[in-house]
Design a protein. Structure first.
Length: 197
């Protein structure tokens, strides 16, 4: 049987563009359903942010996927950010599963058409990358990201979901992760068509 050819994700790394990134766990398994794995993701995102790769404006960790709204710093490619975040989580998760649940680890085996076998935490490819070029797009996407757990019935309000930036925005505290709220242009005056430089 011949598998359909998968299109390679293209990241449009236009300077100044804000990105909404979405990427999923292998076979959309709920690999991010435990606090342990959610914390690994938050730690990896914090590491990439501390390395000065991007301004972080919103994120949410769902059981089988994540969303991030961020603006890469000058000369930083989206692929670099994804590599930093995804590799860190994968290494920790696969090491943990090898030590504690080898039977479950077998579910993460990926066999390529070449016959090469490996274990994957994340779905192959870069996920979904949408460039956001206006304030309207950015604020709408932040709201969408924060409301994801509520739409899924996982939380009663965006702020009550532990694994997102909604509480940080609502309270001004940086929990569970520092966000760059001071670098997000304000909606006042209300010029939603304003484009990023």
């Amino acid at each position: 049987m011949t598998l359909p050819h998968r299109k390679r994700l293209v990241h449009f790394d236009s300077p100044g563009d804000v990105h909404c990134l979405t990427f999923s766990c292998f076979h959309r398994l709920p690999l991010l359903s435990k606090p342990r794995s959610c914390q690994w993701f938050v730690d990896a995102l914090a590491l990439a942010r501390q390395r000065g790769q991007f301004d972080l404006w919103a994120f949410v960790v769902m059981p089988e996927h994540v969303h991030i709204v961020m603006r890469p710093k000058q000369d930083v490619k989206v692929a670099q950010i994804l590599s930093t975040v995804k590799q860190s989580v994968s290494k920790k998760a696969l090491r943990y599963l090898a030590e504690t649940s080898p039977d479950f680890l077998a579910m993460l085996e990926d066999v390529r058409p070449s016959g090469r076998r490996s274990y994957r935490f994340w779905q192959r490819g870069g996920g979904y990358d949408r460039n956001l070029r206006s304030l309207r797009d950015v604020y709408e996407k932040i709201e969408y990201v924060h409301n994801n757990p509520v739409r899924r019935g996982l939380a009663t309000s965006p702020e009550s979901w532990n694994w997102s930036s909604a509480r940080a925005w609502a309270t001004g505290e940086n929990e569970p992760l520092e966000i760059d709220r001071d670098r997000l242009p304000s909606l006042m005056p209300l010029d939603l068509s304003q484009r990023f430089p």
